[in-house]
Design a protein around this ligand. Structure first.
Ligand SMILES: [Zn+2]
Length: 184
């Protein structure tokens, strides 16, 4: 069984030839006379599908690139989305119940020296500046994460659309180039 190769004609059709036809002139369906090149050049031509029928439609490099880019964008976006989501559910935004009376009672039960030491040690841990309570800081973090998640979801949709678009690109049979055009 000899391998068939595809010899392109000017009309765009591809004629199945095998190496034994090297040097011959064959007639295309369009009527054009096509010279079969040398054996060596025939072997370098695109191979015909082994089923003997038409070649299976193959993806063009552009289609492959668009598909790969789309999948990559979608996968990365979804991964980021999951990471952001996990981080978000770990944040507590609840406002804690603070019993001020307990604090007040404690302060009144201490002597001045103890209160002064307590005050100074607090300053050492936390510089004296306006600090937002943790739940407010957390709420801002959640709002920021929501914004990033929205962007990630948007790019995930974009990646999916790009992936789908790869299937819609018509196979560029006209532009599919041979590695070495046969010498005439
Ligand atoms: Zn032709």
């Amino acid at each position: 069984m000899s391998t068939k190769h595809l010899l392109p004609c000017r009309c765009g059709k591809k004629i199945e030839v095998d190496v034994r036809q090297a040097g011959q002139t064959i007639t295309c369906q369009c009527g054009a006379m096509v010279d079969v090149p040398t054996m060596r050049q025939v072997r370098q031509l695109e191979r015909a599908a082994t089923t003997g029928g038409k070649t299976a439609p193959r993806w063009s490099p552009l289609q492959g690139a668009v598909f790969a880019a789309g999948v990559l964008i979608a996968v990365i976006s979804l991964s980021v989305l999951v990471v952001l989501f996990v981080r978000r559910i770990g944040i507590d935004t609840g406002k804690p119940e603070v019993d001020l009376k307990v604090h007040a009672d404690w302060i009144h039960s201490q002597d001045v020296d103890t209160l002064w030491e307590e005050w100074m040690s607090d300053l050492a841990v936390q510089p004296l500046r306006r600090m937002d309570p943790e739940y407010l800081v957390n709420r801002r973090r959640v709002a920021r994460l929501d914004f990033y998640m929205l962007i990630a979801a948007g790019t995930a949709v974009f990646g999916t659309v790009v992936t789908a678009a790869a299937f819609l690109i018509a196979p560029g049979h006209k532009r599919r180039s041979m590695k070495k055009p046969p010498a005439t």
